[in-house]
Design a protein around this ligand. Structure first.
Ligand code: COA
Ligand code: NAP
Length: 265
């Protein structure tokens, strides 16, 4: 599907791009002709991801750093702008998760996830602003169903991702006049990912989730990447401030789905 979209000559920055869904998004942009930069903590995983992304024949830049550290994120954007020029697409997808009841997590446990997911997204978008192509840039935050479906054992993620979606809407309003679009994508249960491994570690949990998804199957990384490319393409150039699920209808099931399957219970 990335073949239907042409991002040749465009510059894409993916925060959290060294694995899983975010790497799949970076890969789809590279296949569609873009120069791609990624930022994650583990130098080893960044190097492996850069190597695989370069297989598509595009320029690829790997940055190592933590999205919780604003100066580090700012330096990464400056480096990418120097190498590539104005940035057309930013994907903010770095996230952390663990399964624990509220009384089972310390203030630092709660803060850690809020800092990675929400403060990290603020840092990424805030740092990108000076280096974006204006008008025309498209920013995508990777949210989660926890943003609007309350899920036990996920107080930290629910709070953080709800904040991410509100940030999407506020920045869509603040930066719209400059021709910058800001949208959230909400992946549902995506197979073969770290996130789903943490939330559904047993076959019973996987089956419970699958049975409650209206399309009766897990999603693929490509399904999410396809929608990100579509949102960043000219066909969606009047779309901003939306929170778009790519979830097989999972969020329609409400809290029941998540209570039954995705708590790791
Ligand atoms: N239950 C309760 N608290 C937990 C926990 C768990 N399962 N796992 C971690 N924590 C707490 C720690 O105890 C610590 O709090 P404390 O200092 O009061 O003891 C706090 O969270 C920070 O842990 P730490 O390991 O130092 O954080 P980190 O920054 O190294 O790692 C995580 C962040 C915990 C989110 C880690 O799992 C991670 O890096 N995840 C990235 C990958 C991921 O989660 N992918 C799925 C994306 S949806
Ligand atoms: P993943 O493979 O664990 O990817 C997370 C990425 O973020 C990794 O590259 C990780 O690399 C990076 N990262 C984590 N903490 C970071 C930090 N502090 N600074 C910089 N980078 C950091 O996870 P995934 O399951 O594919 O999830 C990707 C995104 O989709 C997340 O935003 C998640 O909330 C969302 N989502 C996933 C699902 C699902 O089914 N998996 C469902 C809904 C939403 P390092 O650890 O090396 O830093």
């Amino acid at each position: 599907m990335s073949g239907q979209f042409n991002f040749s000559g465009q510059n894409v920055f993916v925060a959290g791009g060294s694995s899983g869904i975010n790497l799949g998004i970076a890969d789809a942009f590279a296949r569609a002709g873009a120069r791609v930069a990624i930022l994650s903590r583990s130098a080893e995983r960044v190097a492996a991801a850069v190597k695989s992304l370069r297989g598509h024949g595009r320029e690829v830049l790997g940055c190592t750093g933590d999205v919780r550290e604003a100066p580090v994120v700012a330096a990464a954007f400056e480096q990418v702008h120097t190498a590539f020029g104005p940035i057309d697409v930013v994907v903010s997808g770095a996230a952390g998760n663990f399964v624990a009841p509220a009384v089972g997590m310390s203030a630092n446990g709660f803060k850690t996830v809020v800092d990675i997911d929400l403060l990290g997204t603020f840092n990424v978008l805030r740092a990108s602003h000076g280096w974006l192509r204006k008008p025309g840039a498209s920013l995508i935050n990777i949210s989660a169903p926890q943003a609007f479906v309350p899920m036990p054992m996920q107080a930290h993620v629910c709070a953080a991702k709800a904040g991410v979606d509100m940030l999407t809407r506020v920045l869509a309003m603040e930066w719209g006049p400059e021709g910058v679009r800001v949208n959230s994508i909400v992946p549902g249960p995506i197979d073969g990912t770290e996130g789903m491994q943490r939330l559904t570690p047993t076959e019973a949990a996987r089956s419970a989730v699958m049975a409650a998804v209206p399309l009766r199957r897990f999603g693929t990384i490509d399904a999410v990447a396809n929608v990100v490319l579509m949102l960043c393409s000219p066909v969606c150039d009047y779309v901003t401030g939306v929170v778009l699920p790519v979830d097989g209808g999972a969020s329609l099931a409400g809290p029941g789905l998540f209570n039954s399957g995705m708590t790791g219970a």
